[in-house]
Ligand binder design. Sequence first.
Ligand SMILES: [Zn+2]
Length: 128
Amino acid sequence: MNPDTPCPCGSGRPLAACCGPYLAGAALPPDAEALMRSRYSAYVLGDEAYLLTTWHPDTRPPSLDLDQGPATKWLGLAVKRHEDDGDGRATVEFVARYKIGGRAHRLHETSRFLREGGRWLYLGGNSA
Ligand SMILES: [Zn+2]
């Protein structure tokens, strides 16, 4: 992938200066919002390994198959809110837009994250 590619998370920065180093395992996302954005980018790029690595073991599915079913075309991400309680727990509210088979969908979710051993992990989310 061209490092000058705009980051799929919509930050306006190139992939190499945004989610790229997290996806490559070269750096750890400093906060839950950065992790959430990098996970969105991983969905766009089909990086199942990254999604599983950043999923909390308590809630992580045994495997992911993003190629299964009708193709999802991700259209954009908007982060609405990021709350960090300073004690290793954070929530991020976001809206992700995507299309399946030409039909537009909108996912509005509040995701919960935990920091363990210095790494932020995705715990789960509630769709609105
Ligand atoms: Zn990004």
